[in-house]
Design a protein around this ligand. Structure first.
Ligand code: EPS
Length: 387
């Protein structure tokens, strides 16, 4: 049974984004400031477009927390869209009985019918029978990942009460790859947080920024790869008993469904295909009655369960489909060949995507952790955990 559940709502240029989280036990310290730090981490990043100059995402905790601690009630979160002020007429909830010429013109300017290849435009319009692709864009937009990061931050604050922490970093943008990894996870995290592309090596970060500049000059966009690592997890989160309970499966779904993600790997990932068993599997040793491993090709998951090592999940994000250098498409209004729609967008959002993936992973881990530990309040959870 799911313990940590949530739903979100909101459009990219609508009034706000909302989430309701259910299943958070009472007595957990939740700080809006910590959520806001994560929101900021998602917003910064070289390659983002003009929108990020407009938004300064801040969460409002609207229910479920009193005097800084959860009460066990559903938690409602809200993030306002600053850009809404510029979109009020176009995104109006009520229809206009007597629209002015000016309003009609604004709505017309923001409507489009030339589907962007790689975007949700075409399939979304068909599925929901929508004529204006604006109606698809508004919810399919990655803007909604802002509120997911806020939910993930709540999940991280639950996990942190039990010493479980994690981070994310970027390992590739376009063709530029991170070849040199700092020796410890602490250093890896520190270096990545300092970089404006969230990459743990200064020189590689610079090369990534140059690649983004070049793509921007050519009216193109870039994708890349990121990694999420969480440590200090108890053994046995997830299960081998049913396919939908395997932790690697749940994590893959959580990361794969982030807009733009096309592949997810666990541990050695696709490299596992070329490694012989003797090199792939992480041998088990014992010292002072403690089990340990010298390698972590399994990425912390064996048989769909945590095995006590850090979990390591990698994601691949495709280049953003909104491009100045527009691709061939069809205008769905008249079914004639056309150039794809372009509007203000990002050149590269891989650094932001890594923060979103960190949040999604935290959400699944919190759900698994709460299911395993049980308890309706922190004291009960701690007692269960100790035993
Ligand atoms: C997005 C397009 C851009 C991005 C946006 C996602 O927004 P706009 O159309 O307003 O320029 O900046 O990302 C965010 C707003 C965000 O908070 O991440 C898209 O079409 O997916």
């Amino acid at each position: 049974m799911k313990r940590f559940r949530f739903l979100t709502s909101g459009e990219s240029h609508g009034k706000c984004l909302n989430a309701i989280i259910e299943g958070v036990p009472a007595g957990i310290r939740i700080k809006a400031d910590i959520i806001n730090e994560d929101l900021e981490r998602r917003q910064i990043g070289y390659g983002r477009g003009g929108r990020m100059q407009i938004e300064k995402d801040k969460v409002e905790i609207k229910s479920g927390v009193r005097f800084g601690k959860t009460t066990g009630a559903p938690i409602c979160l809200e993030i306002k869209n600053n850009d809404y002020i510029n979109w009020q007429d176009v995104m109006a909830v009520e229809g206009y009985d007597y629209p002015t010429e000016e309003m009609l013109q604004k709505i017309e300017e923001k409507s489009f019918t030339k589907a962007r290849p790689g975007h949700a435009d075409y399939a979304g319009a068909k599925k929901y029978n929508l004529q204006d692709l604006r109606d698809v864009l508004e919810r399919s937009s990655a803007r909604k990942t802002a509120i997911e990061v806020a939910v993930g931050s709540v999940a991280k604050q639950i996990l942190k009460a039990f010493g479980i922490t994690g981070f994310s970093h970027v390992i590739q943008i376009g063709k530029v790859k991170l070849d040199f990894y700092p020796k410890t996870y602490t250093l890896l995290k520190e270096m990545a947080e300092k970089s404006n592309v969230r990459c743990a090596d200064e020189l590689t970060s610079d090369r990534m920024c140059n690649a983004i500049d070049e793509a921007a000059q050519e009216g193109d966009t870039l994708g890349g790869k990121f990694e999420v690592i969480f440590g200090n997890l108890p053994v046995g989160l997830g299960s081998y008993t049913h396919w939908d309970m395997a932790l690697d499966g749940r994590l893959a779904q959580a990361v794969m469904s982030i807009p733009g993600v096309k592949a997810v790997e666990v541990g050695a990932g696709v490299e596992a295909a070329s490694l012989p068993g003797s090199q792939m599997h992480d041998e088990i040793f014992i010292k002072n009655k403690e089990i340990y491993r010298k390698t972590n090709n399994a990425g912390g998951i064996e048989g769909g369960m945590t095995n006590g090592e850090s979990i390591v999940i990698r994601g691949t994000m495709k280049p953003i489909p909104t491009m100045k250098k527009s691709l061939a498409t069809v205008d769905l209004k008249n079914m004639q060949p056309a150039n794809a729609h372009f509007e203000r967008s990002d050149v590269c959002a891989v650094p932001s995507c890594s923060v979103v993936a960190e949040a999604r992973v935290a959400i699944i881990l919190a759900d698994e952790f709460l299911s395993k530990i049980g308890g309706d309040n922190l004291a009960e959870m701690k007692a269960h955990y100790e035993s």
